[in-house]
Write a protein that binds this ligand. Structure first.
Ligand code: ADP
Ligand code: MG
Length: 591
């Protein structure tokens, strides 16, 4: 409770400082502060887009321009009040971003950069050429915003307005990241992993894109009324790169970077402009390029955390989410009765050109069973796994899960039916905590959307998700590690964390892709113990494994693949005695 008191006190203090500042500070202070705030709104969007979702936009200034132009046209041309034009500015920018988002977001990273540049330049040209926007001279006489009943200068008024919006935007962004949707957003860098937990990757990317555009448009709306003139100049590609530069300087991996970056760049710019000429007799402009170029190079050498990565060493550690000690359980799926056929594979075939990677394979898996699929390298195990999880579509054959055909269905659809998976090459979000990674698995079991998360109306559900994550971590023996970054765990524990994450989805069937690969002896032992425990608890599992010794004393039944074909199946003992299996494993194909 002391922590809560302290945080409440900090908010009150911040409020007092922000309200008092315009009366204490002179205009020469307020102007740069106001600009820092305006830039910070745009950079906040870029941090969400770049640092969190792994996307890049080189056209962000265009959305600032859309916000500015929309209000300028409505207020000067139609006599609207600025407050009435705010929602319209946001809608116009949001709809534009939504359309451009769907068109460009699916491009791979290099093309995405070019795509955002292309529409950034197009919109800029539109500002200069569209009738009614005043050409390259723009629109003048945009009135300032006044606060009813408050007599203050434009500088003062805008300081309050900008500070209010900046605080609200940062709080909303922080709330969002600390939620089910935020965890999903932070997983977008790994689309295949995200889809396998039921996250609609493209849709969520577009949503983040729209959020970033709304923040930019908000900055533009404020800007238009603050400087009273709107022309295309500040909304071109240079400005877009400038925003990106500020965000990168601050550090795109933390929200605070969106405020620190613009502040630092503004201070440096002023310093270079004012100090350098008087010290050296040279014009500030050429020095600015040298100083800024050096900073970029230095930051690129670093981890990408920007200045915030350096500041963090002195700042108190940010709070990580903690799971409640108890909470109502999340809704559970109906589990099929033990012994019922859960997975039916028949005639399954996948060709890659002339190569038949999986060739007419058939088997069944019963509920409650631990079935192993083994085979030497190149046998087709990974291909089979990908066919079962919706990563690949079969060339021929059937895959039936719980009576439904899932051959060729999407990974997200299959995940929705209760098939959870782990990855051969561990796919965790290393910067997120162990608890958050596990909670990602429960994504499909809760509903809260973006808005609910931003407004923190999701706390009940969030507590239930985090409690579920905690329960699964304790189940697999990782309870103690909950608040560590996942990337700090040794490989063996990362594999086990992937299992906890899969379990958090309340799966009907758990698919494990070579979980023992790369593990040390002790780690393999720990993993085998866990899998035995889960089998004892009745979890249905399919284990694809290269390591014959690892599966032998573990599984109920085995299917053996070689050159894409099923060459044997049965209990471990039966399979081990099969001459074709001995031949396959001792025949020198193995690594
Ligand atoms: P395993 O996982 O048992 O080692 P894989 O399923 O990875 O085997 O591979 C089976 C065969 O299919 C191999 O000969 C491999 O080279 C080939 N293969 C796998 N994926 C592809 C692909 N995407 N394109 C072409 N050939 C592939
Ligand atoms: Mg493989």
């Amino acid at each position: 409770m002391a922590a809560r008191m302290r945080s409440r006190l900090a908010w009150v203090l911040l409020g007092v400082v922000l309200v008092a500042a315009p009366w204490v500070l002179s205009a020469s202070w307020l102007t740069p502060l106001n600009y820092i705030g305006l830039y910070a709104l745009v950079c906040l969007g870029l941090v969400l887009l770049t640092g969190m979702a792994g996307l890049t936009s080189f056209g962000q200034a265009a959305f600032v321009g859309i916000g500015a132009y929309t209000t300028a046209v409505l207020v000067t041309g139609q006599g609207w009040s600025p407050w009435l034009s705010l929602p319209v500015s946001l809608v116009v920018a949001g709809v534009t971003a939504y359309i451009l988002g769907w068109l460009t977001i699916r491009l791979s990273s290099h093309y995405l950069v070019l795509g955002t540049m292309a529409w950034g330049i197009s919109i800029y040209a539109l500002f200069g050429n569209m009738p009614g926007l005043g050409g390259y001279n723009g629109i003048g006489g945009v009135p300032p915003i006044s606060l009813p009943g408050v007599s203050a200068s434009t500088q003062q008024t805008f300081f309050w307005l900008i500070a209010l919006f900046v605080v609200l935007a940062f709080v909303a962004a922080r709330n969002l990241l600390d939620s089910r949707q935020g965890r999903a957003i932070r997983s977008l860098r790994d689309p295949a992993m995200a889809e396998s937990f039921g996250i609609h990757v493209t849709r969520l990317k577009v949503i983040v894109f729209v959020i970033a555009a709304l923040l930019a448009a908000l900055s533009g709306w404020l800007n238009a009324h603050y400087v009273s003139v709107v022309n295309p100049g500040p909304f071109g590609i240079n400005a877009s790169i400038d925003y990106l530069f500020m965000a990168v300087v601050g550090g795109t991996t933390s929200l605070a970077g969106a405020l620190v970056g613009p502040a630092l760049v503004e201070v440096l710019r002023t310093a270079v402009r004012d100090l350098v000429p008087s010290l050296t007799g040279m014009a500030g402009g050429s020095f600015e390029i040298i100083v800024f170029g050096t900073i970029v190079i230095l930051l690129l050498q670093g981890s990408g955390g920007g200045v915030m990565a350096v500041l963090r060493r002195w700042l108190p550690k940010p709070r990580v989410p903690r799971a409640p000690v108890s909470a109502e359980a999340l809704p559970r799926r109906e589990q099929p009765p033990r012994g019922q056929a859960l997975l039916r594979v028949a005639g399954l075939t996948r060709r890659f050109g002339g190569l038949v990677a999986v060739d007419d394979v058939g088997f069944e898996l019963m509920a409650g069973e631990l079935l192993g699929v083994i085979g030497p390298n190149g046998a087709g195990k990974s291909t089979l796994f990908n066919l079962l999880t919706g990563v690949l579509a079969p060339t021929a054959g059937r895959v039936e899960f719980a009576g439904r055909s899932i051959g060729g269905a999407s990974a997200r659809h299959i995940a929705g039916l209760g098939v959870a998976r782990t990855f051969q090459h561990v796919r965790l979000r290393p910067e997120m905590t162990v608890l958050e990674n596990a909670a990602l698995g429960a994504y499909q079991r809760s509903r809260a959307g973006i808005l609910r998360s931003m407004l923190r109306l999701d706390r009940d559900e969030e507590a239930r998700s985090l409690f579920e994550a905690r329960r699964q971590l304790e189940r697999v023996g990782l309870g103690e590690a909950a608040s560590l970054p996942a990337g700090s765990l040794p490989l063996g524990q990362q594999r086990i964390l992937e299992i906890a994450r899969a379990l958090a989805s309340d799966p009907v069937l758990l698919l494990l892709d070579e979980p023992a690969a790369g593990l040390r002896y002790q780690e393999k032992q720990a993993l085998a113990r866990l899998l035995r425990q889960l089998r004892g608890e009745g979890v249905s599992m399919l284990l694809v494994e290269h390591d014959m010794d690892f599966v032998m004393n573990l599984v109920d039944r085995l299917v053996v693949l070689q050159y894409g074909q099923k060459i044997a199946s049965g209990t471990a003992r039966e399979v081990q005695a099969d001459p074709r299996v001995i031949e396959a494993y001792l025949g020198g194909i193995d690594d």
